[in-house]
Ligand binder design. Structure first.
Ligand SMILES: Cc1ncc(COP(=O)(O)O)c(C=O)c1O
Length: 428
C-alpha cells in the first residue's frame, strides 16, 4: 500500500470516520463512558479486540440452546454442538483458504499453537526431528510466545537457536539470510506482523530461502489474520498460527493450520480423550488430524464464537478492513510525528506496516503516559508488549502502543494526539 497526498488523505479520512462510526454501533462496550464523562477511546486492539453483538449472541445462543460435549453423544444436543463446532472449523478453513478443513487444529491460543509445533518437532522422526545437530531460526521481533518455545526446544535437544536482527527502521535485516538459514535449519518461525512495531515482514524471501534448504516454515499470523486477507496457500508456509481473541472472537481459542501430509507424519502433543483411535493398557493409536492434536474436551463455545467473528469480518470484507486501517495508520503516523519529542519505534510510514504503533515521548516513562491517557478515557498499552528483545535492540525500557481496528476512527487518532499534548503539559 502507498501513502497519499494531503487532499486524497482528507477524502479517505472522511470515509474512514463514517465507516468506523457505522461499525462501532455493533460493539456495546464501545459505548462506555469512563471516569464519569470520558467516552472510551479503545486503542489496545493489538492486545485484544472488542466483540460485536453478533459474537456475544452466538456465545449466548450456544449455551442457551445447544450446549453439550462434542463427538461422542447420540442425543440431539450432542449432535447440534458437534455440528456447530465442526462448522466453525469449516469457517476457519474457508477464511484462510486452507485446502482441507482437516488441516485446521483448534488450540487455546496462538501460544499453544506455537508450542504445539515446537514440541512436535522435538519428538518427530527424521526428516523433521530437531536434535543436537539442528538449527532453528526466529527473529528479534518475535512475541515471547514465538521465542520461549524455541528456547525450551533448544535447551532440551541441544539444537542451535539463531535469529534475524533488526534494522534501525524496525525492519528485518535480511542481509545475512544465507548464513542464518542453512542446510542445518529444520524450521524458520517468524511473525508476519510485529505486535510491537507493526512491521509487515517479507514472507516470500524467507519462505524461498527456507524451501531451498528444505526447512519448514511456521508463520505467527496473530497480528495479521485479524487485519488482512490471509491465504495460507499463497503464503507458502508449512504452519500458520493465530489467536481468536484478537479477531473479534472470544478468549480461549486459537488455531494452528498445518499442511496435511505433515500433520499425518508428526506425533501428537497432548494425550487424552478425543485424540485416540484405540487404547489398550499397553499402547494407543491416534485419530487422524486434526483430532490427533485436540486432546480433551475442546473449546466448543469459543469455536462457535470464533465462527461468528469470521462471519462478521467476512461480511465486511478483509480488503475493506485493511484499507480502513491503512488510512488510519497513515494519518496516525503523520500526526504522531508532529508531537514534539515523540519517537516512533518501528516504520515511520504506513508502507508495509500494520496498525500497531509504538512510541516513546521524550523521557516520560510509558507507564506515566498510559496513566494520564487513561484519565482521559484513552486505553493504550504500555510496557515491552511481550517483545522485550525489541526494546533491548532500541535501547528503551518500554513503549506506549496505540493500535487500531475496524471500529477505530480518525476522531480516535485526534483524541490520542490531544491526549499526548495533555501528557506533555502535565509533565512540564
Ligand atoms: C505476534 C503475536 N504472537 C503471539 C501472541 C500470543 O497470543 P496469545 O496470547 O493469544 O497466545 C500475540 C499476542 O499478543 C502476538 O501479538
Amino acid at each position: 500500500m502507498t501513502t497519499h497526498p494531503d487532499s486524497a488523505l482528507a477524502g479517505l479520512l472522511a470515509e474512514a470516520q463514517e465507516f468506523g462510526e457505522t461499525i462501532r454501533k455493533d460493539f456495546p462496550i464501545l459505548q462506555r463512558v469512563l471516569h464519569d464523562d470520558k467516552p472510551l477511546v479503545y486503542l489496545d486492539n493489538a492486545a485484544t479486540s472488542q466483540k460485536p453483538q453478533q459474537v456475544l449472541d452466538a456465545l449466548n445462543g450456544y449455551y442457551e440452546r445447544h450446549n453439550a460435549n462434542v463427538h461422542r453423544g447420540v442425543h440431539v444436543l450432542a449432535e447440534e454442538a458437534t455440528a456447530l463446532y465442526e462448522g466453525a472449523r469449516d469457517k476457519v478453513a474457508a477464511f484462510i483458504n486452507a485446502p482441507s478443513r482437516d488441516e485446521v487444529i483448534f488450540t487455546k491460543n496462538a501460544s499453544e499453537s506455537l508450542n504445539l509445533v515446537a514440541n512436535m518437532l522435538g519428538w518427530a522422526d527424521e526428516p523433521y526431528r530437531v536434535d543436537a545437530d539442528a538449527e532453528v531460526v526466529i527473529t528479534e521481533m518475535e512475541h515471547h510466545s514465538n521465542i520461549v518455545p524455541w528456547q525450551l526446544l533448544s535447551q532440551r535437544t541441544g539444537a542451535k537457536l539463531k535469529w534475524f536482527g533488526l534494522t534501525d527502521e524496525g525492519r528485518l535485516d535480511l542481509s545475512n539470510i544465507n548464513e542464518l538459514i542453512t542446510e542445518k535449519t529444520k524450521i524458520v518461525s517468524f511473525t508476519l506482523v510485529s505486535n510491537l512495531m507493526g512491521t509487515v515482514n517479507p514472507v516470500e524471501a524467507i519462505v524461498r530461502r527456507a524451501q531451498d534448504v528444505g526447512a519448514l516454515v511456521l508463520i505467527d499470523a496473530s497480528q495479521a489474520v485479524p487485519h488482512m486477507v490471509l491465504d495460507v496457500q499463497e503464503l507458502g508456509a508449512d504452519f500458520v498460527a493465530f489467536t481468536g481473541h484478537k479477531m473479534l472472537g472470544p478468549t480461549g481459542i486459537g488455531v494452528l493450520w498445518g499442511r496435511q501430509e505433515l500433520l499425518e507424519d508428526l506425533p501428537p502433543f497432548l494425550g487424552g480423550g478425543e485424540m485416540i483411535e484405540t487404547v489398550t493398557m499397553g499402547a494407543s493409536t491416534y485419530a487422524p488430524a486434526p483430532h490427533k492434536f485436540e486432546a480433551g474436551t475442546p473449546p466448543i463455545a469459543q469455536a462457535v464464537g470464533l465462527g461468528a467473528a469470521i462471519d462478521y469480518l467476512s461480511a465486511i470484507g478483509m480488503d475493506r478492513i485493511a484499507a480502513h486501517e491503512h488510512t488510519l495508520t497513515e494519518y496516525a503516523v503523520r500526526r504522531l510525528l508532529e508531537v514534539p519529542d515523540l519517537r516512533i519505534i518501528g516504520p515511520r510510514t504506513a508502507v508495509d506496516r500494520g496498525a500497531a504503533i509504538s512510541f516513546v515521548l521524550g523521557d516520560i516513562h510509558p507507564h506515566d503516559v498510559g496513566q494520564v491517557l487513561d484519565e482521559q478515557g484513552i486505553a493504550v498499552r504500555v510496557g515491552h508488549h511481550c517483545a522485550r528483545p525489541v526494546c533491548l535492540r532500541y535501547g528503551i525500557p518500554a513503549t506506549t502502543r496505540a493500535s487500531f481496528y475496524l471500529y477505530s476512527t480518525p476522531a480516535d487518532v485526534d483524541a490520542l494526539i490531544d491526549g499526548l499534548h495533555h501528557v506533555r503539559n502535565f509533565f512540564g
